[in-house]
Design a protein around this ligand. Sequence first.
Ligand code: CTP
Ligand code: MG
Length: 173
Amino acid sequence: MLEELIQAILFILPAYFANASPAVGVRLIGRSTPLDRGAKAWDGRRILGNGKTLEGLLIGITAGTLTGLIFNAFISSLYRSPLEPLILSAGTMTGDIFGSFIKRRLGLERGRPAPGLDQLGFLAFALLFSTLAFGPPRWLNTLTLIFLAAITAALHLGTNYLAYILGLKSEPY
Ligand code: CTP
Ligand code: MG
């Protein structure tokens, strides 16, 4: 059980890096191009909003993929393919973008919290993408998944609060 949970956490680290790096990266490069180019959806609200940018997308996929490739070099058999970190990162960013799409349709402004969706949407999409590509990961079972979701939510809340204290984010969530 513990061994599977450790495997699960190591496996999902690219998703964490893909999810966390855009906020820092976009700030560092100091420019950002909204993915929706300012366009609005049928409801008159932004399709995605200014929080989802091209630069953030590229930074997230790059950071997540590199993280996974580095881990893969040290821990063989962590991934089913060297492409898996890229697929996990692409899933993460897709889930994040999908989450913003849902938030805007619910009338939530950019940066407002959507409890559950913000913390776990990217995780669900990362796991979905790698499962579609390579089948369910070896460590996957109900209990491990529940623990992984709990740890991910706690880490997400903790790191976002830290980023807020450090002045990297304007909201603590
Ligand atoms: N970010 C980005 N591009 C992405 C994802 C994230 O530029 N594809 C950056 C943005 O600066 C964003 C920050 O990372 O503000 C934090 O991401 P997130 O919390 O997902 O965005 P929010 O600003 O909270 O917007 P939303 O309400 O749409 O989630
Ligand atoms: Mg947010």
